[in-house]
Design a protein around this ligand. Structure first.
Ligand SMILES: [Zn+2]
Length: 472
């Protein structure tokens, strides 16, 4: 059974969703004023891996990501670029979706823009005020944290520690740790109409509203970066408890470690910052997925060209075996040796690793143990029957393809077929050039017209011949 670490209890717990087999996951999403950086990419990629694994274990996953389009940084950038927040955020929202596609992250089911939820936010704030969880001070609306037992439990802070932070400073707040829900006192150039005054919905209530409107009374996993624990997630849980009247609306909190480069946290100011698309220019999605999966999700991930190249080399071994498998399955050899190979052993090692707090590095190691032992078996036996290769393919498909997304058998055979096709056409072009040099024009014309019949058009220029394939 899958056990996952819960940052709330700080223990590995059995994974039991509220409504098995459905698993509802909320991820704190991007603020839409810049491209996706690798720190973000790691978060979404990790949940993609988790969802793929849960699916392989017969769960059904529903992943909601909130898209922050109401935010100080968004307003500032829109002002800088002389555009409005809406145009700016929809641009970055589209780019974010493209990055997810490039990385083959395909398990997110709902992307929610906060600005589509403003009427709901207003409704919830009114409700919180009515129930005395929120109050008005200096025209702004604040959440009264004293109304929630155990406030600060996610970040493991006492009331005294929380008071030191002095959040959202305002002269008439009831408690220093109270946080803002609706900001009426600053001019951002944009405002929404709330029953308590024109203003801007503040950060924490945005995400809580999006989660509540999509998932209702409870959900199973809240994800994001650990640095969001305080104040964001403490505030989120307090609001969710107040809105639902329940004590445990979120089953577990699962945090993803930071990405480091050259020994330091990746950040713009240190100049060691990469966007997902920078890296995708040089490396495949499979390579990036492999590197991320080789580090446990809770730990820091070191990012460097050397590590990416090492991941690429590892993938090469996997791809070479997969190409061999494709060839052998095509050959469909029925006579030959049938090695005694214990596939079950590797599958158990894989599942045990993944079930132990989602230990993807060990899961990857189980796959590569199999690759090594399969290669040895093939080398030791001259002709191995197709059935063996079908079993290897089934194992790799279930693990490397479906769960990790680091191997695509179809794409692999396509590219190798395409390459062979290209090489054969180039060979015929060379033979035709030789024929022309020998003034054997009949043969040269025959090659051209036969290729033409196959849909391959040759175009001669001064010093070379190029081809076009018309039937694709
Ligand atoms: Zn959030």
């Amino acid at each position: 059974m899958l056990k996952l670490f819960n940052s709330f209890s700080e223990e590995k717990e059995d994974f039991e969703p509220f409504d098995k087999p459905d698993v509802k996951i909320f991820i704190c999403g991007p603020t839409l004023y810049d491209y996706t950086h690798l720190g973000h990419a790691r978060i979404f990629l990790t949940y993609d891996l988790l969802c793929r694994y849960l699916k392989s274990q017969d769960f059904k996953t529903d992943v909601l990501v909130n898209m922050t389009d109401i935010n100080q940084s968004v307003f500032n950038k829109a002002l800088d670029q002389q555009t409005d927040y809406y145009t700016l955020t929809r641009f970055y929202s589209d780019e974010f979706t493209k990055d997810l596609n490039f990385l083959n992250i395909n398990t997110i089911t709902r992307l929610a823009h906060v600005s589509d939820y403003v009427p709901n936010i207003v409704k919830h704030i009114s409700h919180l005020m009515k129930n005395k969880h929120a109050y008005s001070a200096n025209g702004n609306i604040y959440f009264d944290t004293q109304t929630i037992k155990d406030y600060g439990k996610i970040s493991k802070q006492s009331r005294e520690q929380l008071q030191l932070h002095r959040l959202d400073i305002g002269p008439n707040k009831k408690n220093p740790e109270d946080f803002m829900l609706w900001n009426c006192s600053e001019d951002f150039g944009f405002s929404w109409n709330g029953e308590f005054g024109n203003g801007v919905p503040w950060w924490h209530i945005q995400d809580t509203t999006v989660a509540f409107e999509n998932f209702g009374l409870h959900y199973d996993i809240h994800g994001g970066a650990k640095e969001l624990a305080y104040p964001h997630h403490d505030a989120h849980l307090a609001q969710y408890k107040a809105m639902t009247g329940t004590e445990n609306p979120v089953k577990r909190w699962m945090y993803i470690g930071l990405v480091f480069s050259k020994g330091e946290k990746m950040s713009k100011s240190l100049g060691n910052f990469f966007t997902a698309r920078d890296v995708l220019k040089k490396y495949s999605a499979e390579t990036i997925r492999m590197l991320f999966a080789q580090t446990h999700y809770k730990g820091p991930l070191n990012f460097s060209d050397e590590l990416l190249s090492a991941a690429e080399k590892g993938l090469e071994k996997l791809n070479n075996l997969a190409l061999k498998i494709n060839d052998e399955i095509k050959l469909n050899r029925q006579k030959g040796s049938s090695p005694d190979f214990d596939f079950e052993k590797y599958l158990i090692a894989f599942t045990n690793a993944m079930d132990d707090d989602f230990n993807t590095p060990q899961g990857i190691a189980a796959i590569f143990d199999l690759v090594k032992d399969v290669n040895r078996t093939i080398a030791e036996n001259e002709y191995v029957i197709a059935e063996f290769y079908l079993s290897v393919k089934a194992f790799l498909k279930k693990t490397a393809s479906d769960v990790f997304g680091i191997l695509d058998f179809d794409k692999l055979s396509q590219t190798s077929d395409d390459k062979l096709e290209g090489d054969l056409i180039e060979l015929l072009i060379k033979l035709r050039t030789d024929a022309k040099k020998e003034k054997n024009y009949a043969l040269a014309d025959k090659i051209r017209s036969e290729l033409n019949n196959l849909g391959v058009i040759l175009e001669d220029s001064k010093d070379r011949t190029i081809y076009k394939i018309t039937n694709k």
